[in-house]
Design a protein. Sequence first.
Length: 231
Amino acid sequence: MQTPIYSQETDGQAHPHIRTFHARHGRMSARRDHALNVLLPPMEIIDLPRPIDLMEVLGLSKVIIDFGSGMGDHTVALAQSQSELGVLAIDVHTAGLCEVAQTAHENSLTNVRIHHGDGIDVLRDWLLPNSISEVHILFPDPWPKIRHNKRRLIQPDFLDSVSKVLQPDGLVRFVTDDVSYFEHATLAFGKNLNFETANQHWDIPLTTYHKRALRLGHTISQQSFKKLSPS
């Protein structure tokens, strides 16, 4: 059973925020066990002094968060293709983050950091404001049943937290293969005064979930949103 994650106090009491994910655990091979216990910890940000300035930590001027990084395909591709770019992979998926740590180790990628856990806290409380260049949200759990829509990641409080850490003119890249979720997300961003739609095409990374969506013949929708600069 997972430890409850709590939101900031609003009336003197701590309130559990709604989970947006399923815990994902499976059998660990010796390789992944080594990655989890030896390779991943030096990349983990949980013990860094807060607020965390990842640009300073990595010695780089641009940092992207791969929020819900899955098996890590996108994180690794970004880090390998742009050595001047820092990438923070966030997920509860143990196996996926082990793959990120293993690949980063094997390829001497020093521009990758990891958080193994709920990323809501990272955005809300851990990171230095206005320090992140982009947040990529690729194929998040759509929670398709109406009674579960409240569990979707894209909610007003989440967007406020994203806006807090993004640099002015920073981008959110959102991709889904669920039509209802795309409509939900577009509406949520449209109501948030911190963002405007960025009408630009983006080549969607061919991740594990992207391949699955293509294989199933799903409609894949994408949209980018830009944080407005202070007036």
